[in-house]
Design a protein. Structure first.
Length: 151
């Protein structure tokens, strides 16, 4: 990935306003890989993952409908994958960093705190620039015999 990626968001980002706290930052995160591989298809944001449409339960102006979801805690990504039927055992989880060259991100708990709400999840919303290839900086998590990550 070229370091001179243009910091431009996709056209459909005009549908919503990014949270003020969203910024370029490096967070160590885990990403669920729906394809079973650390590839482009497993790193689509929610909008693209759903065929370039906002899914039921989201408002078109809801910023979270356009973000790529990740988690800073391994236990949270495992819980998420158990709850979603599209992820098949054995689960493929990628680990990496929210590299600022790819976009801006925000921990959900930070966002909720600014709104006076509590959040215990380690969920992260990551809004990617056009042409970003974040999967290139991630690797598949390897597990021990008890299902714990070997890092």
């Amino acid at each position: 990935m070229s370091k001179d990626l243009e910091k431009k968001f996709p056209e459909y980002f005009k549908n919503f306003k990014l949270p003020e706290l969203a910024r370029e930052q490096e967070l160590n995160v885990y990403r669920a890989c729906a394809t079973g591989k650390v590839d482009q298809e497993s790193f689509l944001n929610t909008y693209e993952e759903n065929g370039n449409k906002v899914i039921d339960g989201y408002d078109i102006s809801d910023a979270t409908a356009y973000s790529l979801s990740a988690y800073t805690k391994f236990k949270d990504i495992k819980r998420f994958m158990h709850m979603q039927s599209k992820y098949k055992v054995p689960y493929t989880i990628a680990v990496g960093i929210t590299n600022p060259i790819y976009g801006v991100c925000l921990e959900t708990k930070e966002w909720k705190k600014s709104l006076g709400e509590k959040c215990k999840s380690s969920h992260v919303d990551w809004w990617l620039y056009e042409g970003a290839r974040p999967w290139e900086g991630f690797k598949e998590v390897v597990y021990d015999d008890d299902g714990n990550p070997i890092e």
